[in-house]
Design a protein around this ligand. Structure first.
Ligand code: ADP
Length: 334
């Protein structure tokens, strides 16, 4: 297990910030989302209106935070960033909302984890740009209405299914982010290599893109790891051979599956004979949080055609068995 010292972790985050696309035109892939967003933003700009609230859903690392920042940039507005878990008390949200300036973008990451009272405060804020501050307790409590500046809320979630109906309904534009194709990831990697000054060769770019789990954040991370390898063990050029050797060191397999992905598939196949098995049982078997298995691992395994979600639980497909070098049983779905 590689563990990073805090200082190194910060450096990693700094690199991530450096690599963030700043404008819609720099944002690779997600063509449909980009086109729709452009219409939403420029429509509102032309009319001089505040754009509708926007919700992005999809697995981590697909560009939800980047798009929130791009929305602010395209609108020429400032952005305030917070997250669902940080908004435990309604007072935290009230403070955030009352500090907004007209036209600001408020970004709430992991919005599905917002506490109920804060969520209810958000309804009124999104709808009427107003909050009701409750003063006092019991029968003597009164609520004081407080105007807030018109703003655009951008929410991001890895679980759109766990958003309540009333919250979801208050977003005027909702986009689901899909995994990126290898060709799109290649563009992401080339752009990042340009920014970081990496000597990236064509076949090296193809190989890293192919093994990045459809995820730009992972593509950028693998690029940096392969660069380390290229500089320490080779002449610095990221070629196909260097990429292959480096990814082997970092436990990324032919399909781009990492150790946790393989652990999940391995447990499913070996301990539960391919399932069906519930996600919490599976999570215990690999020693992970159920939410990590469900929101980080599973979406890609499903997309790669190795895992199926059925009403009775998770099931390994024929390709999962084959990927682990095992003979699939009769009952395994194709
Ligand atoms: P999320 O909020 O969905 O977890 P982020 O927006 O934080 O994802 O993206 C993670 C990193 O991946 C960013 O720092 C950026 O470098 C890269 N990235 C994500 N989407 C794109 C994209 N479409 N084009 C280029 N880089 C991207």
């Amino acid at each position: 297990e590689v563990s990073l010292a805090p200082q190194q972790e910060t450096a990693e985050q700094d690199v991530e910030t450096t690599l963030r696309p700043r404008r819609l035109s720099e944002f690779v892939g997600q063509a449909r989302v980009r086109e729709q967003l452009e219409l939403v933003l420029h429509g509102a700009l032309n009319r001089g209106d505040q754009p509708d609230h926007v919700l992005f859903s999809g697995p981590p690392g697909l560009g939800k935070t980047s798009l929130a920042m791009i929305i602010a940039a395209e609108l020429g507005a400032s952005i305030r960033v917070t997250s669902g878990p940080a908004l435990e008390r309604p007072g935290d949200l009230a403070a955030m909302l009352s500090n907004l300036a007209e036209g600001d973008v408020l970004f709430i990451d992991e919005i599905h984890r917002i506490a109920r009272p804060a969520e209810e405060m958000l309804y009124l804020a999104m709808e009427d740009f107003r909050v009701d501050i409750v003063v006092g307790k019991g029968p003597g409590a009164t609520s004081i209405p407080l105007e807030i500046a018109p703003f655009t809320l951008v929410g991001a979630t890895t679980r759109s299914g766990s958003l309540t109906g009333p919250l979801r309904d208050r977003f005027g534009f909702t986009a689901h982010m899909e995994f990126y194709s290898p060709a799109e990831l290649e563009l992401v990697i080339r752009r990042s290599a340009g920014i970081l000054g990496v000597d990236l060769r064509d076949d090296g770019a193809v190989e890293i893109a192919r093994r990045s789990r459809g995820t730009p954040r992972i593509a950028n991370r693998l690029l940096r790891r392969v660069r380390d390898f290229a500089e320490v063990r080779a002449d610095g050029a990221v070629t196909l051979e260097v990429a292959r050797a480096a990814l082997e060191v970092y436990d990324v397999d032919e399909f781009g599956l990492d150790r946790l992905d393989r652990a999940v598939l391995g447990a499913l196949v070996r301990s539960f004979n391919g399932g069906p098995v519930g996600v919490s049982t599976l999570a215990v078997a690999v020693g992970e949080e159920p939410t990590t298995v469900e929101e980080v691992c599973e979406p890609y395994l499903v997309r790669a055609g190795m895992l199926a979600r059925t009403p009775r639980g998770r099931v390994a497909t024929v390709s999962a068995w084959q990927h682990l070098g095992l003979v699939p049983p009769q009952h395994a779905p194709g």
